[in-house]
Design a protein around this ligand. Structure first.
Ligand code: FMN
Length: 161
């Protein structure tokens, strides 16, 4: 109960864009805003001086009917242009998930449960093994796609049903 209460109470609906703008100004360096999910908010993040955004619905663990970072990725990358680095997290569990996000224009992806579960099951060696599996999957999938560098990935590599 205490953890569930913590997650509910730490969500602060009184937080505004002006608050974020003040934080960005006070920080004075690279500032990456997590939880952005729309092109409009990405543009706003750039306007107040953010240098990156992480598209995230926080793993869909609470608002589980929301769209995912991946669903929103293409339009946010387009809106961000060269003003923001766009990162994405949520549901990344295998190498091809990483490659699909990079192909749509993400600079990087984040991992939550992908490392937390092996950490709980097997400690640091578990995390090292999970990351090695991911590395091998990325390399194998790139070979199968005929790519030698991630910079060669593009939207043309993807089809949506
Ligand atoms: C146990 C747990 C606690 C988390 N706590 C936070 C948090 O306090 N703030 C936050 O922005 N995201 C939090 N997240 C979300 C992660 O940072 C990340 O966005 C999410 O786990 C990515 O999705 P994935 O788990 O499918 O990789 C948490 C995730 C988990 C699993």
């Amino acid at each position: 109960m205490s953890i569930s209460r913590y997650f509910t109470e730490m969500l602060d609906p009184s937080m505004t864009w002006d608050d974020v703008a003040k934080m960005v100004a006070e920080w004075g360096g690279q500032f990456c805003l997590k939880g952005v999910m729309t092109a409009e908010d990405a543009r706003r993040a750039a306007d107040i001086g953010c240098t990156g955004v992480i598209l995230s619905n926080h793993g869909g663990r609470q608002l589980d009917g929301s769209r995912t970072g991946f669903d929103q990725l293409a339009e946010v990358v387009e809106a961000a242009g060269d003003k923001l680095d766009v990162l994405m997290d949520g549901g990344v569990q295998r190498g091809t998930h990483v490659l699909k996000a990079l192909a749509l224009g993400a600079k990087a992806v984040g991992l939550g449960r992908y490392y937390l579960f092996p950490l709980a099951a097997a400690g640091q060696p578990g995390v090292e093994r999970a990351l090695e599996n991911l590395r091998v999957e990325i390399e194998r999938a790139m070979k199968l796609m005929g790519k030698t560098q991630v910079s060669e990935l593009s939207r043309a590599d993807l089809r949506f049903r």
